[in-house]
Ligand binder design. Structure first.
Ligand SMILES: Cc1cc2nc3c(=O)[nH]c(=O)nc-3n(C[C@H](O)[C@H](O)[C@H](O)COP(=O)(O)OP(=O)(O)OC[C@H]3O[C@@H](n4cnc5c(N)ncnc54)[C@H](O)[C@@H]3O)c2cc1C
Ligand code: FES
Length: 480
């Protein structure tokens, strides 16, 4: 088995998660049943439950110290008791708890339930309580698994190796060719594009909605709040979980506040709202030590795409994770391995990427692209009027001619580097993400570093430099 990775280690989304492993998937089961039916919802519960337990089994077997522990999940109303909307939501919560039980989960609605340590004035008591969820430290876990893999005789890991295409010639082909940026080709029987989103133009890429989501780690005195996983019902929701900090404190991780990619530049407000949310509910909250954001991909029918890629027999994909990518990754390991080795797996139909006929969706894809570009007038709009307006360590879109918008990055020393702002995927116009110092494409979520190098697909190539300084910046980053 060959593992190809452009960075020194694999961590684009994985290293940014908040570490929950849950079978209470993001869309909720009432929504999922309405889109996919009860059988698919049952498969979702079974497969996510498998994944939660599997991480525990593997970390135990390989001796990976990754803070894995099983915990309850609590779903609470976004409204305070007595506030308009609370009672209506309680009724929906009762129905959701009933549905969760029918799907095999141990869930119940508990009136008056409150998390231990919630001592703020905001009263959001009453919750759906469900057991058998878990949390862990994903980076520690991945490094442990990677260490074990590198000790196996049939595993080769190639870092600093960017894949630019994965192709199979015809449906009867028995061979997959994986081409790298460095000009090498790996020929194999089966290939798995575990790139968060597959490196391709259409198909499932058009079936996803792209969101940016935010997280904070706030110190709280050790043991002062119940170790649990908490979610409210806002859209987008807030979630809370905990991880170890030092002898005195734990970290309360608060996340949420999602927005569509490229449609917001007030990131500080997003972080502040998360912090205020915590302080109003947990008065023991101390200093904020970390803030970060990342992208999540929501499938239009609330079910991930895991299995054989559309139009292929030996290329597999795993994408459309929304906030459940950790469990999806683990269950994909089982499902894809079964499909490659010809073992029947009951989850195949539910996650099948071929479940939506690709041709019928092409008009939707095109209108989606047009909609986003029109909405932002990105082809005509400039973020900055002059390079002088860009602060050192920052970037912006300059539009000298409507057809050739330019992405300009000014480094800390004030040197200017220019790239084409047209995304190499399908020519969307990228936006500067001041928080993460990256270029993000609002059309299908491709991301690029400040140097224009591809960070996340579906684009497989880099942003094209349009001056020598841009070219040198890219070359320097590749060589580093
Ligand atoms: C803030 C935040 C919090 C989250 N919290 C949770 C949570 O608590 N629980 C949960 O289940 N999910 C959570 N998620 C979602 C979850 O993190 C992701 O769905 C999951 O990590 C995706 O894993 P992945 O392996 O598919 O992708 P990634 O972790 O992004 O890995 C993709 C890999 O592919 C590599 N790659 C990309 N392009 C190429 C190329 N051209 N050639 C070769 N390799 C390439 C990348 O370098 C990377 O190593 C969260 C996401 C965010 C952003
Ligand atoms: S145009 Fe598709 S990701 Fe940019």
């Amino acid at each position: 088995m060959d593992f190809l990775e452009p960075h020194i280690h694999a961590d684009i989304c994985e290293g940014r998660t908040s570490g929950h492993l849950t079978s209470g998937i993001d869309s909720g089961f009432t929504e999922l049943v309405s889109k996919r039916g009860k059988d698919a919802a049952k498969m979702a519960v079974d497969s996510h439950t498998f994944a939660i337990n599997r991480v525990g089994e593997i970390s135990k077997k390989l001796g990976i110290d990754c803070e894995y522990r099983q915990l309850p999940g609590y779903d609470i109303s976004q409204y305070e008791r007595g506030q308009e909307g609370h009672d209506e939501e309680v009724q929906e919560f009762k129905e959701e708890a009933q549905l969760m039980r029918e799907l095999g989960m141990n869930a119940e609605y508990k009136e008056g339930f409150a998390v231990r340590g919630w001592d703020g004035k905001v009263d959001q008591r009453d919750a759906v309580v469900y057991t058998g969820q878990a949390t862990f430290h994903p980076t520690k876990y991945i490094l442990g698994v990677l260490k074990w893999l590198t000790e196996q005789p049939n595993f080769q890991c190639y870092t600093r190796t960017r894949v630019i295409s994965v192709e199979e010639k015809g449906l009867l082909s028995k061979e997959v060719r994986v081409h790298t940026e460095g000009g090498q080709t790996v020929t194999c029987k089966d290939a798995v594009e575990a790139t968060c989103i597959p490196l391709q133009k259409l198909s499932v890429v058009a079936e996803l909605v792209y969101y940016r989501t935010y997280c904070l780690a706030i110190r709280v005195p050790k043991g002062s709040i119940e170790d649990c996983m908490l979610y409210d019902s806002m859209d987008p929701y807030h979630y809370v979980r905990f991880t170890a900090c030092d002898d005195k404190d734990d970290y309360l991780i608060i996340g949420g506040n999602d927005h569509l990619v490229g449609q917001e530049d007030e990131q500080n407000e997003r972080y502040k709202e998360l912090e205020d949310w915590v302080r109003a509910r947990f008065t023991q909250a101390g200093t904020v030590d970390y803030k970060w954001s990342g992208q999540i991909l929501e499938p239009v029918d609330y079910t991930a795409f895991i299995g054989k890629n559309q139009g292929n027999s030996h290329i597999y994909i795993c994408t459309g994770d929304f906030g459940n990518g950790l469990t999806h990754g683990v269950l994909a390991g089982r499902l894809i391995a079964d499909e490659i080795t010809g073992v029947s797996n009951p989850w195949s139909k539910t996650y099948n990427p071929k479940r939506i006929p690709p041709l019928s969706k092409i008009p939707d894809t095109i209108s989606h692209d047009i909609e986003i570009n029109t909405q932002y007038k990105r082809l005509l709009q400039a973020d900055v009027k002059d390079i002088e307006d860009i602060q050192p360590g920052s970037g912006g879109i300059l539009n000298p001619t409507a057809k050739k918008p330019m992405a300009v990055y000014k480094d800390e020393g004030g040197n200017v580097h220019k790239f084409s702002a047209l995304c190499p995927h399908m020519k969307g116009v990228v936006c500067w993400n001041a928080d993460e110092k990256s270029w993000d494409c609002p059309v299908h979520g491709s991301r690029f570093g400040k140097d224009g190098l591809q960070v996340m697909g579906p684009a497989s190539g880099n942003m094209a430099p349009v001056d020598e300084a841009g070219e040198n910046l890219q070359k320097g980053s590749v060589a580093a």
